[in-house]
Design a protein around this ligand. Structure first.
Ligand code: A3P
Length: 325
């Protein structure tokens, strides 16, 4: 179901009337600024419900990203790593029947927000499809519920060069925006992104929150960059498996299991699966999650001035943090 204004509770409606509001550009829905971050109304409702009612378990694994940073890829990899003892790669039938052949990664590793958009206290038993609960969120670090902050659950955060993230966002928004709504120009979208006005933004603040947590609590947060993963996928896959508490054995490495997982989750493989070419959720085709899957595509879309402006913001925001792109 596509959720809208009519699904908001009275409490949220009232809160929205006090919040700064700007036109969104991902869809036609406006964005509201709540405690320094921007959200569509229905996401804000989900956030409040999660903060109040979600109970994390120490065994939970949470995939966290800014939108368009490679969430789909990270979900596929995390799912394949954690469930590899159930869907073996050394058995041809089991390999053939792997859930990723028939399901989009967003179905196998769902967003926590989806459960809480219209249900204050939803039934989360379906998350236990995995051996542990594996789910995802875009919630900024500062807004995480205490239940997650205080538990021992593990967070996997993936970030990406903001220039490529913005370009990916732009293409995604063009596919999502209903035909009868007014177009946002590329320049307007660029300015909004730079100002921080984008779903779950400001982008840089979202990244910094998890970067700092990863430095303070490396056992809780595995901080990954899309560019590093593209460059050295196997090294990062091994790192991720180790962090998740299920390192690859020497035997698995000798049998080429890491390579099998990388192949299964690769852009070429996932984007060509029937489910991802024709499947849909809430009216949105899964194909929108696959475009080029490359590093550096921003040079084909941003002017040298835009690139310079982006890099200046990044340098300023990440100054003294040790984080670089
Ligand atoms: P581009 O638009 O630059 O191609 P998200 O999953 O967070 O929505 O991010 C989408 C971006 O990740 C898109 O980037 C998409 O093409 C890319 N992507 C999707 N699946 C991928 C995969 N298996 N490997 C690498 N990149 C992938």
């Amino acid at each position: 179901k596509q959720l809208g204004q009519s699904d908001l509770t009275e409490e949220v409606e009232k809160l929205l009337s006090f919040l700064p509001k700007k036109n969104g550009w991902l869809t036609s829905a406006p964005l509201y600024q709540f405690q320094n971050f921007w959200y569509p109304a229905i996401q804000l409702q989900a956030l409040l419900n999660i903060q109040r009612n979600f109970q994390a378990l120490d065994t939970d694994l949470v995939v966290i990203t800014n939108p368009k940073c490679g969430t789909t890829w990270l979900k596929a990899l995390s799912f394949a790593i954690v469930n590899r003892f159930r869907f073996h790669f050394d058995n041809p039938t089991s390999k053939q029947n792997h859930p990723l052949h028939k399901n989009n990664p967003h179905i196998l590793v769902p967003y926590l927000e989806y459960f809480y958009m219209i249900d204050q206290n939803p039934d989360l038993t379906c998350l236990s499809f995995s051996t542990t609960r594996l789910f995802s969120t875009h919630i900024p670090h500062a807004m995480l519920p205490d239940s997650i902050k205080d538990s021992k659950c593990k967070l996997i955060y993936l970030c990406r060069d903001p220039k490529d993230t913005f370009v990916s966002f732009w293409h995604f928004s063009n596919k999502l925006r209903p035909k009868n709504t007014e177009d946002t120009s590329f320049e307007d979208a660029f300015e909004k992104f730079c100002e921080g006005v984008v779903d779950f933004g400001p982008f840089w603040d979202n990244v910094l929150g998890y970067w700092k947590m990863s430095l303070e609590s490396p056992e809780r947060v595995c901080f990954l960059k899309y560019e590093d993963m593209k460059k050295e996928p196997k090294i990062h896959l091994l790192k991720l498996a180790e962090f998740l508490g299920v390192p690859f054995s020497v035997e698995e490495e000798n049998d080429g299991v890491p390579e099998e997982i990388l192949k299964l989750c690769s852009f070429d493989n996932l984007s060509n699966l029937e489910v991802n070419k024709t499947g849909k959720i809430a009216g949105i085709g899964f194909s929108v999650y696959f475009r080029r899957g490359e590093v550096g595509d921003h040079v084909n879309h941003l002017t040298p001035e835009m690139i310079e402006h982006f890099d200046e913001i990044t340098e300023q925001k990440f100054l003294d943090s040790g984080l670089k792109f």
